[in-house]
Design a protein around this ligand. Structure first.
Ligand SMILES: [Zn+2]
Length: 143
């Protein structure tokens, strides 16, 4: 998708509100080589806008998997539900870390559907990097 111009003051506010980490996998900016991306919660292709209320922060892995998705199948209830919205939904309500700290586990229909859609438990690059963060005690986040 073509890059959309986001005014610098809006970008700064979104990064601050997101506490400078990915809204899905919680990767903090200071541990990621590239800049975390400003993402559209409802993708432009799905009718979303570039209003601040529709913007959040995501790492390139999560944003790439999310792409233009807005909903996915919950494997437990077999219902299609909307994806997790880090602006509206509480992370801890919908997800938890696996005991080894490597994988995100869905706790609710939204959480489970989002884990699958965004590969929060099986992206090979994320798992490889996260395993090193866990080894040195930087991950998973405590909050
Ligand atoms: Zn992420």
């Amino acid at each position: 998708m073509a890059r959309v111009y986001i005014p610098a003051d809006i970008e700064r506010r979104v990064r601050h509100a997101a506490r400078n980490r990915c809204g899905y996998c919680s990767s903090p900016q200071q541990l990621v080589m590239g800049q975390l991306e400003i993402e559209h919660l409802i993708p432009l292709a799905q009718g979303g806008t570039s209003d601040e209320s529709n913007l959040w922060l995501a790492c390139s892995i999560c944003n790439g998997h999310k792409s233009e998705k807005i909903a996915a199948l919950d494997p437990e209830t077999l219902e299609v539900v909307r994806l997790f919205n880090p602006r509206l939904d509480k992370w801890q309500t919908n997800f938890q870390w696996s005991e080894d700290g490597l994988r995100i586990v869905g706790k609710t229909p939204i959480g489970r559907a989002t884990v699958i859609a965004l590969h929060l438990d099986d992206d090979p690059i994320a798992l490889a990097v996260r395993s090193l963060w866990v080894e040195v005690g930087w991950f998973p986040p405590k909050d």
